[in-house]
Design a protein around this ligand. Structure first.
Ligand code: AMP
Ligand code: MN
Ligand code: MN
Length: 316
């Protein structure tokens, strides 16, 4: 793994920097990239943070107005990818990464393809925002209340509110430090985790109604199509979190959730105790973490379900 000093040297040398993250960005992707954006601005860098589409749930995060949909036409001196496991996950804006003079990857996915010139990937970290916090401390960059709010937003969303197994004593130490910095964790929790849009509630009803149990109740499976989304007038990100409905049912080890996109069905897998879903997704060209992973697949929901179940069964 590259050292934090090497990374800082490259940041120091660069004049203009582009920050990128994964498609369908979650709170960790947005929170980490906003915090980095603010830090680089404080260093007087010319920075573009490019995220074409994201859920309006994140509009509560400070600095969100700085996000651009498109970048410059010229080459950037430096591109930094955060919370992204593979270059194809940068989707339509991977070109900004590929065309930059130098590339850095900062992440926490166990399946990270190490696609940068420098890669700082801490797989033991439950959120990329936690990795970013470590960078801030190491570099002695000031963590303002706004920066802390973004980092905390990333941590609480990727840990499901401190509940997932990757949460460590460091996570709580960081939360405690950020609280002292004035970050309002309970407000963030309400905004990012416990409030959902009315249309996402409508989608949830459809997904729950359709949920099936397979393999003696060890697998829960459901899906959402474009037609469903049209029916309820769904917005970007409304399907986010639906995969947890299946995972939280007693006896379920793996929850499968499919969501139809222009490129096929986006598969989300979650496991509870022993199935490595990152390995299952890697089999089909995706990846992620041991307990949370994803991939895009072609076919009907039934065909995709059968392929996934066959692979998951090896580990049940
Ligand atoms: P999701 O189900 O989309 O919330 O994804 C779960 C985790 O797996 C997230 O950390 C994603 O970044 C990661 N992930 C999702 N899809 C892919 C993919 N195609 N390749 C690599 N990682 C992925
Ligand atoms: Mn993410
Ligand atoms: Mn993450």
């Amino acid at each position: 793994m590259s050292s934090l000093d090497e990374i800082l040297n490259k940041i120091d040398e660069a004049k203009n920097i582009v920050i990128l993250t994964h498609e369908n960005p979650d709170g960790d992707a947005i929170g980490t990239s906003l915090a980095l954006y603010m830090a680089l601005k404080n260093l007087n860098k010319d920075v573009d943070l490019i995220i074409p589409k994201y859920s309006r749930v994140f509009n509560c995060l400070p600095g969100i107005e700085n996000i651009k949909q498109e970048g410059k036409n010229e080459e950037y001196d430096l591109a930094i990818s955060v919370d992204c496991a593979a270059i194809n996950q940068l989707n339509g804006w991977a070109n900004y990464f590929e065309n930059a003079k130098y590339r850095i990857v900062i992440d926490h996915h166990s399946s990270n393809a190490m696609f940068g010139d420098l890669n700082y990937v801490d797989m033991s970290s439950p959120a990329c925002s936690q990795v970013m916090y470590v960078l801030f401390k190491y570099y002695n960059w000031e963590i303002t209340c706004d920066i802390g709010t973004c980092l905390m937003g990333g941590i609480i969303t990727d840990t499901g509110g401190f509940q997932y197994s990757g949460v460590s004593k460091e996570t709580f130490e960081i939360a405690s430090n950020l609280l002292m910095q004035g970050v309002n964790i309970s407000k963030l929790y309400k905004q990012l985790l416990s409030t959902y849009t009315k249309t996402s509630f409508e989608l949830k009803k459809i997904a729950i109604d359709r949920l099936e149990f397979l393999e003696n109740g060890k697998i829960a499976y459901t899906y959402i199509t474009k037609k469903d989304e049209k029916k309820v007038n769904a917005e970007i990100g409304d399907y986010e979190g639906l995969v947890n409905e299946g995972r939280n049912i007693e006896g379920v080890e793996v929850s499968i959730f499919l969501h139809e996109t222009d490129k096929g069905f986006k598969v989300s897998l979650r496991s509870n105790e022993y199935v490595n879903v990152s390995d299952v997704c890697l089999m089909f060209g995706g990846g992620g973490h041991i307990r949370a992973a994803g991939v895009t697949m072609q076919g009907t929901p039934k065909q995709i379900k059968d392929k996934l179940v066959k692979e998951i069964k090896r580990q049940l």
